[in-house]
Write a protein that binds this ligand. Structure first.
Ligand code: SF4
Length: 425
C-alpha cells in the first residue's frame, strides 16, 4: 500500500464545532492484511478527580456521568480493533490514564470480562505476561483491588510523586501520602504482588535531603519497581502557566542533577537497577509493557488520546471524550493523528527510545538501517562524537550503551543521532 493510497483511505469528518478528525476506514491499520501480529495492548481511561498542575496526559475531571457511555464505547472500539488485526497470546496490557482506579467497580468488571472473552490471556494468567493498572492512592479500595486481581491484573503502578505534603501541594496533587502504603497493601492482599511507585524530583523548593526522604519512604514499601522523573514543565499545564507568571522559581539544574545521581546511588544500594533513564527495578521486575514500547514492538491502543503502533503505522485517537463518544460507523475511534510507515522516522524513534535503555541499541542493526537511508556514515560519526564526549561506551562496539554520565545526556545523544538522520538531499 503506498502512502498516498493509505491517506486516501481516510475520511475526513467534522466533529463538534469545526474540528476535523480522521475516521478510520476498514482498510487502514491495524487492518492491513500484512499486519505484524501484536501481543501488547494499551487502554486509556481518562477520568481523574482533580487535574494535577504538572500533568499533560489527557484526562478530565470526573463527574461520574459519562463513565458508562465511555466503557460501552471503549468496548466497542476494542472489539473493532481486535476483529481486524492478528493478535498473539497477550504478553502485556497497560491501563493508564487518567486514573483507571476511578472507574466504577461494575464497569471494571464489564471491561475485564470483555478482555477475557476477546483476548488470549493465558500468558497473563500464568504470570509470564504482565497486566498493569495505574492507580491513584486515594482510589484503591479493597473492592477495586479484588476485582482487578480477579480479572488477571498482576502489576500496579501507584502515583506517589512525593511523601511531603508541601511538595504535593506545590504540584497541586491531592492525596494523603499515608494512602500510598494503604493502596499497596490492598493491592498486595488481593494478590497483585508486582508493585511500582512513581516519584517526582526537582519540585520547586525541594532540597536533596527532602528528595532523599521521599526515596527512603518509597523504598520502605513493598515495591519491586520505582520510576523517578525530574519535574518537567509541559506546555499548556497549570504549572507552566504559574511558572510564567513568576509564582515560583524552577529547581536549578545542578541540584536536579545531584538528585538524579543520589537517587541512582540509593536505589542501587537497595538492589534496584536502572534499566531506563528514569526507571529502576529489582532484577526481572522491569515493566515489560514499557520495554516493548521502547524496543519499538507493535502495540494496539484503545481509548481517547491513546497512541498505537502497528506495522510501521502510528496513530493517535482523538484526545476529546465528546468526540470519542461519537460512534463512528465501524466501531473505531476517531483518529486525530496518523503517520504511515516511514523508514527514517521509524529509525529515529528507535534510536530515541532505545538509547535510553540499559541494554542500549544493536549498533550494526542501526547502521544497516541508516545505510538504506544513505546516513550510515553520519550516524556512526554521531556515535563517535558521543563516545568522545564520554556519553557512549563504545561507538565501534556491538551495542551502543550510555555511560553513567551519558544517562544524564540521553536526550543530547538522541539529538545527535536524529541530526545524523535528517535528510539533507
Ligand atoms: S492523577 Fe495522574 S493523570 Fe490525573 S491529573 Fe494527576 S497526574 Fe494527571
Amino acid at each position: 500500500m503506498t502512502d498516498d493510497t493509505a491517506i486516501s483511505l481516510l475520511k475526513q469528518r467534522t466533529i463538534g464545532s469545526s474540528r476535523q478528525v480522521f475516521v478510520r476506514d476498514t482498510d487502514i491499520p491495524p487492518n492491513d492484511p500484512n499486519t505484524t501480529p501484536t501481543s501488547s495492548l494499551y487502554i486509556h481511561i481518562p477520568f481523574c478527580f482533580h487535574k494535577c498542575h504538572y500533568c499533560d496526559f489527557y484526562s478530565i475531571v470526573d463527574r461520574q456521568d459519562r463513565q458508562e457511555a465511555f466503557t460501552d464505547r471503549l468496548i466497542c472500539e476494542l472489539r473493532a480493533q481486535v476483529s481486524r488485526c492478528e493478535l498473539l497470546p497477550i504478553r502485556s496490557i497497560f491501563v493508564g490514564g487518567g486514573t483507571p482506579t476511578l472507574l466504577a467497580p461494575n464497569l471494571w468488571k464489564q471491561l475485564l470480562s470483555e478482555l477475557d472473552s476477546l483476548l488470549d490471556l493465558s500468558l497473563i494468567r500464568s504470570g509470564e505476561g504482565e497486566f498493569t493498572v495505574e492507580c491513584n492512592p486515594e482510589t484503591v479500595t479493597e473492592e477495586i483491588a479484588d476485582i482487578l486481581a480477579g480479572g488477571g491484573v498482576n502489576r500496579a503502578s501507584v502515583g506517589a510523586q512525593s511523601f511531603n505534603p508541601v511538595h504535593l501541594k506545590a504540584l497541586e496533587r491531592h492525596h494523603d501520602p499515608d494512602n500510598v502504603a494503604r493502596a499497596l497493601d490492598r493491592l498486595g492482599n488481593a494478590g497483585i504482588t508486582r508493585r511500582s511507585v512513581d516519584l517526582i524530583y526537582a519540585i520547586p523548593g525541594q532540597t536533596l535531603e527532602e528528595f532523599d526522604h521521599d526515596l527512603r519512604a518509597a523504598l520502605s514499601l513493598p515495591i519491586d519497581h520505582l520510576s523517578a522523573y525530574g519535574l518537567t514543565y509541559e506546555p499548556n499545564t497549570a504549572m507552566t502557566a504559574r511558572l510564567r507568571r513568576g509564582e515560583f522559581a524552577p529547581a536549578p539544574e545542578d541540584p536536579e542533577v545531584a538528585m538524579y545521581r543520589h537517587g541512582l546511588s540509593v536505589l542501587r544500594e537497595r538492589g534496584f537497577d536502572r534499566y531506563e533513564v528514569s526507571n529502576h527495578s529489582k532484577p526481572g521486575s522491569e515493566c515489560r509493557h514499557n520495554l516493548a514500547y521502547w524496543r519499538g514492538d507493535p502495540w494496539l491502543a484503545v481509548g481517547p488520546s491513546a497512541s498505537g503502533h502497528m506495522n510501521g503505522w502510528r496513530w493517535k485517537n482523538t484526545p476529546r471524550l465528546d468526540d470519542y463518544l461519537q460512534q463512528s460507523d465501524d466501531g473505531f475511534a476517531p483518529v486525530c493523528d496518523l503517520e504511515p510507515p516511514d523508514a527514517r522516522r521509524s529509525l529515529m524513534d528507535r534510536l530515541m527510545t532505545g538509547i535510553r535503555l540499559r541494554e542500549g541499541l544493536d549498533a550494526s542493526e542501526m547502521l544497516a538501517q541508516a545505510e538504506s537511508l544513505g546516513a550510515a556514515d553520519r550516524l556512526h560519526s554521531s556515535a563517535t562524537y558521543a563516545e568522545n564526549a564520554g556519553w557512549l561506551q563504545a561507538a565501534d562496539g556491538p551495542r551502543w550503551v550510555l555511560t553513567d554520565e551519558g544517562f544524564l545526556f540521553a536526550d543530547r545523544v538522541a539529538g545527535e543521532f536524529i541530526g545524523a538522520l535528517i535528510d539533507r538531499g
